[in-house]
Ligand binder design. Structure first.
Ligand code: HEM
Length: 169
């Protein structure tokens, strides 16, 4: 199925445009990296605040209101630029396990972050900057920081791993 998808994608005008214009891929990669900075910046600030390392005088609710919307926009930009990079080389990322690990980790990071914020709101730790964060949420915050770092490592390693045996090249 992936091979049919890759063959279909390679025959599209979009793939011809991305692969044919020398400026497109470096521009798209730059936008991808800039969007990573936004997502990572927000993830680091929010999770270090849950751990009460930074912004201790700010409530988690006020920080989430500032950092979650731009992260959501950045993840949409990451999806679009990521799909453009796939369109430019349909037989590259989608035939490498590290890419699917990255997508799985990203889904987990988004779900766990939503769970963390909803849980903190339910625990009444949302609006008051002085209330200590329950230990379970601090553990989740450490786990989330590790997951985001793993996503970056996976993203970088896509280009350094082999495609599945027998996959198109
Ligand atoms: C939202 C869905 C995403 C898709 C579809 C996607 C897809 C891709 C693709 C296709 C590449 C190029 C790999 C290659 O051929 O070498 C890439 C690179 C990369 N991605 Fe993503 N990505 C996504 C989200 C993310 C996120 C959330 C992060 C980190 C927070 C991230 C970090 C990276 C990094 C660090 C690279 C290497 C960039 C470089 O060195 O040029 N990506 N991504």
């Amino acid at each position: 199925m992936l091979e049919h998808f890759a063959a279909w994608l390679a025959a599209t005008p979009l793939s011809a445009f991305v692969a044919g214009q020398a400026w497109v891929v470096p521009t798209v990669q730059t936008l991808h990296i800039l969007a990573v900075c936004v997502v990572m910046g927000a993830a680091v600030v929010l999770n270090l605040r849950v751990l009460r390392v930074v912004e201790r005088d700010q409530s988690i609710g006020s920080l989430a209101a500032r950092f979650v919307p731009p992260s959501a926009v950045a993840i949409v930009i990451l999806a679009i630029t990521g799909l453009l990079m796939i369109a430019g080389e349909p037989t590259r990322a989608i035939f490498r396990s590290v890419f699917w690990w990255k997508m799985g980790l990203l889904a987990a990071a988004i779900a766990l972050t939503a769970g963390l914020l909803a849980g903190l709101k339910a625990q009444g730790v949302w609006d008051d900057a002085q209330t200590p964060t329950p230990v379970a949420f601090r553990g989740l915050a450490v786990g989330l920081l590790l997951v985001w770092v793993a996503i970056i490592i996976a993203g970088r390693w896509i280009g350094y791993t082999e495609g599945w045996p027998g996959s198109p090249s």
